[in-house]
Write a protein that binds this ligand. Structure first.
Ligand code: MN
Ligand code: MN
Length: 286
């Protein structure tokens, strides 16, 4: 596929493009990282770590070998050019939609969610957004910029409006962000599994876009991320949350902020890879 490079393939995601219902692809962009850059190296490390796993998930009773997922590789991006990088991600998403596919995108930093949601909204104008994160990401500007990993959900809210942004596991934000969330979003601090069960019932078949910032997981399990925030959910709770999407009309997923440069024990990449496997099986598995 032109415009992509690929070194390796995610475990079990070997369906031909034409036959795949879901496409896995990397968006190796970390242009606004404010604390630790390097999430551009996330997708290849997640792929590599995936080969330590089984294709079968006992939690879901499903096997990736029977799932129609194609790994398209990583987008080739003009790093340093934020606007052009986001435009390339949006163009890729639109191309997958035109071909009747949905996607699991691997970040990269969280700003990559914005062009992906924008593309998905064109097809599903009434979608809701399920956002997992340590951080609210609801600033209007950060360091003077409107486009940042720290503002991305504020930009998404501008697209979807009140009551359609569900935030899970949040444990960090400014006073202004918490006030904004109380007025405009449905924000569940600290926990993910129980609030997700309740939200899932409220969605009742509506299309859902899932954006999962891996820093919602405690840095004890996942130290390699752009802005680690002490505390947080366990890796097991993250896998359970992913599995809960098996009964949801998911239209797209991104898993962002895996930053492997400080991941000397490999645990970050392993947790992220298992999370991606559970998401893939929840939405595309049989
Ligand atoms: Mn975060
Ligand atoms: Mn985030």
């Amino acid at each position: 596929m032109t415009g992509f490079v690929r070194a390796g393939r995610f475990l079990g995601c070997d369906a031909p493009y034409e036959q795949a219902a879901w496409v896995l692809f990397g968006v190796p962009f970390d242009g606004t990282a404010s604390f630790q850059p390097g999430s551009r190296f996330g997708p290849p490390r997640i792929r590599e770590a995936s080969w330590n796993l089984e294709t079968y998930s006992p939690r879901l009773g499903r096997d990736l070998a029977a799932a129609a997922v194609h790994d398209a590789g990583d987008l080739e991006l003009p790093l340093g050019n934020v606007a052009a990088s986001l435009a390339a991600a949006e163009a890729a998403a639109r191309r997958f939609l035109a071909d009747g596919k949905r996607w699991i995108a691997l970040g990269g930093e969280h700003l990559v969610t914005l062009p992906l949601v924008r593309a998905a909204l064109e097809r599903w104008p009434d979608l809701v957004v399920a956002h997992f994160d340590a951080h609210a990401d609801l600033r209007d500007t950060y360091l003077g910029e409107r486009l940042s990993h720290a503002t991305v959900l504020r930009r998404v809210w501008e697209l979807v409006g009140d009551g359609r942004l569900f935030q899970f596991g949040i444990r960090s934000g400014t006073a202004e962000e918490w006030a904004f969330a109380a007025a405009h979003a449905r924000t569940f601090p600290d926990a993910v599994v129980e609030p997700l069960r309740a939200a899932r019932a409220a969605w009742a078949g509506r299309p859902v876009y899932v954006t999962f910032d891996v820093d919602v997981i405690d840095p004890a399990f996942l130290p390699g991320t752009g802005t680690p925030e002490p505390g947080g959910i366990t890796a097991g709770e993250a896998f359970e949350a992913a599995a809960l999407f098996r009964d949801v009309e998911v239209v797209g997923i991104d898993v962002v902020e895996t930053m492997p440069l400080h991941d000397t024990s490999q645990r970050t990449a392993l947790v992220a890879a298992k999370l991606v496997r559970e998401f893939a099986l929840a939405v595309a598995g049989r």
